[in-house]
Write a protein that binds this ligand. Sequence first.
Ligand SMILES: [Fe+2]
Length: 453
Amino acid sequence: MVTLATDATLGLTNLDDEITVDELELEGELPQWLGGSLLRTGPARWDLGEQTVNHWFDGLAMLHRFTIDGGRVSYANRFLRTKAFEGAKDGTVSYREFATDPCRSAFQRVASLFDPGSTDNANVNVAKIMGKWVALTETPLAVAFDPETLATLGVTKIPATTGGLAHPHGDGAKAMSMGVHMTGRPAYRLIEDDRVVAKLPVRRPAYIHSFAMTERYAVLIEHPYTVNPISIPLSNKPFIEHFEWRPQDGTRFVVIDRHSGRHVGDWRGDPFFVFHNVNAFEDGEDIVIDLCAYENAEIVPALGLARLRAGEPIPKAYLERFRLRAGGAVERTRLSEESLELPRIDYGRVNTKPYRYVWGTGAHSDFVDTIVKVDVTTGETRTWSDGYPGEPVYVGRPGRDEEDDGVLLSVVLEPERGASSMVVLDAATLTELARARVPHHIPFGFHGQFSRA
Ligand SMILES: [Fe+2]
């Protein structure tokens, strides 16, 4: 039995039940225009029996669906039926996860050089790519699923996902992604649909979780958290523990023309660490990139499961703007003093363009306990705090003129009830409009998308 140090750690305990609820208990009123499904993925089982995984990121993937229809909300949750899920039935990890390795003999490690057997434990994000809903993790294996039943349809070959990034850009039909090719001659790759647009050799690749995109450019933010890839395959250390924080290397902004694949150039700036890009755009000759910046890579071990379950504080990220000047200078500005992670924007309308609003999660205590809205043009910041909210997914009102005319959907852990709800906030004011109560807790997850009815 796991001992919980704080009430937030309920979000880091296994959820075993899979349920379907036709109508959740609803408080408040949903906007009449709002219809569709919030689809989310996240880890839901960390204690496998004999083995407990090392990191928040390594729990077995579960899908969640909240469907809003005619003022009512239904809910379902299902584990992804993957090789990783089946393999864990013996109580141990079967594939190399982010920070947890299966126990392997020297012979098995050598054998895995020829069949790396990437994990398909797709607990990071969901996306609609080339018409298919897939769950993604940081390997080339995208797992297709039925958005209604949440049934697993199996690993699917979607070329744009082969880079191993769980944050592709795209509009549901086309997709653009980046990847780090670690074997053979290591290289960064920019991929559009089934075409490798650019391939840039790199000696020490960085850990890359997302990338920035403007109308003309793709920008890879190579923070100084890098690896010598030769060290990975044969070792018995988990994947991420091979990466080293080398602040003396600074951060390189690698700019690629995303249409021709030409390497336009590199800009160099101070060291920082980033998981999530927010938005980027061109401003005359400058490239403007907004992202959630950490001081260093300490966030990676800080999200280790034992540390989180012990209630240890986690480093905070801040919304920062990096302006790449034509002459090579990089200007850095903090846009808000509220911490901000798991950022969302009015993606369909403002991605790659000048824009105004970012929503995300923030922390006033030792864990994520706040939803934050920032006006990037003025720095004006609003917050909403209650329980432990997850990523706020923005859904715009059809026909809107204002960028914040819509709602935010966030799964909030309510510690006093020992369960979670989907909370609906007014995206402009952060006023709570409605709350749909789920009968169980939903383990803290990462990302979701809204599929309109
Ligand atoms: Fe992410």
